[in-house]
Design a protein around this ligand. Structure first.
Ligand SMILES: NC(=O)c1ccc[n+]([C@@H]2O[C@H](COP(=O)([O-])OP(=O)(O)OC[C@H]3O[C@@H](n4cnc5c(N)ncnc54)[C@H](OP(=O)(O)O)[C@@H]3O)[C@@H](O)[C@H]2O)c1
Length: 257
């Protein structure tokens, strides 16, 4: 049985992956939708044409990860697509952040993503795809978003290296690096801080990010960067020393941008 596994499928970008993949992935027998909220996952499952399995779990819980892996074995499943979209970020100065929250970000965005990728790999075949939600925050350290940006730098670095390792096996990894996307992400992120206004001008809808990510994954591209301003930002972070860019960001913040 061919399955597509999507974490973070109850909301935002993960949900959008489920909706768009439902239209195109005709060779997938079952979609496995993962997040903590069963109710929201069931709402998503209702509108999909594919057969769908709702798996309500906290992906940082290793025992639940064991159960997921057992299910793959029981169903003799081949993972054709793995989308690791579950993640969260919290803004604000690190010294004022709850230690638990900072640790949870690392646990979810890095550890759980790594564990699930590792657990799913043995069930992948040639032409399987892994799509990892990084962020444009991976391109440059982000004061007042320090831990989140560091987790996304991890995702990008890990996923690009993994992509090289897996090329010969015919498994392709795409890191998705959007700037701000209009999802409930900011309901959590902005509880303790605010996004630079200039970033909000680059906000895009999740459908655009996901359509490009699926196209880039299809064409076996290692990265997917949506929208011109974010491509330009990526170029800047390659061309200009990070120390200078951090100073510029500090100035923008002081001036209220
Ligand atoms: N929105 C942006 O501006 C933006 C930009 C760049 C990258 N990203 C990345 O894109 C990904 C998706 O974000 P989004 O914008 O779609 O945010 P979102 O709407 O808040 O969705 C986050 C998803 O993660 C799930 N989740 C959170 N904690 C979980 C846990 N412990 N176990 C299982 N599932 C969990 C949530 O479901 P439950 O709460 O039901 O568990 C939800 O489905 C994240 O990795 C984020 O870092 C977002």
């Amino acid at each position: 049985m061919n399955v597509a596994i999507i974490t973070g499928a109850s909301s935002g970008i993960g949900m959008e992956f489920a909706l768009q993949m439902d239209n195109y992935f005709v060779t997938i027998d079952e979609f496995w939708l993962i997040a903590r909220s069963r109710e929201h996952l069931e709402e998503v499952a209702k509108v999909l044409d594919h057969k769908t399995r709702v798996i309500a779990m906290d992906i940082t819980d290793e025992k639940k990860q064991d159960v997921l892996e057992d299910l793959l074995i029981e169903k003799n499943a081949t993972v054709r697509v793995l989308v690791n979209a579950a993640g969260f970020g919290v803004m604000g100065p690190f010294s004022e952040q709850e230690r638990m929250t900072a640790q949870e970000m690392v646990r979810l965005n890095c550890e759980a993503l790594t564990a699930l990728t590792h657990r799913m790999l043995p069930y992948m075949r040639r032409n399987s795809r892994i799509i990892q939600l990084a962020s444009s925050a991976a391109f440059l350290p982000q004061p007042d978003f320090a831990v989140y940006a560091a987790t996304k730098a991890y995702v990008l670095s890990f996923s690009r290296a993994l992509g090289e390792e897996l090329k010969e096996a015919g498994i392709y990894v795409t890191s998705v690096c959007p700037g701000p996307v209009d999802t409930p992400f900011f309901d959590i992120a902005e509880k303790t801080g605010t996004t630079l206004s200039i970033k909000k001008y680059t906000m895009v809808n999740p459908d655009k990010v996901v359509a490009l990510a699926l196209k880039d994954s299809y064409y076996k591209r290692s990265m997917s960067v949506c929208s011109l301003p974010i491509k330009y930002f990526q170029y800047l972070t390659k061309a200009v020393p990070h120390g200078l860019l951090l100073k510029a960001m500090g100035l923008l913040k002081k001036k209220g941008f």
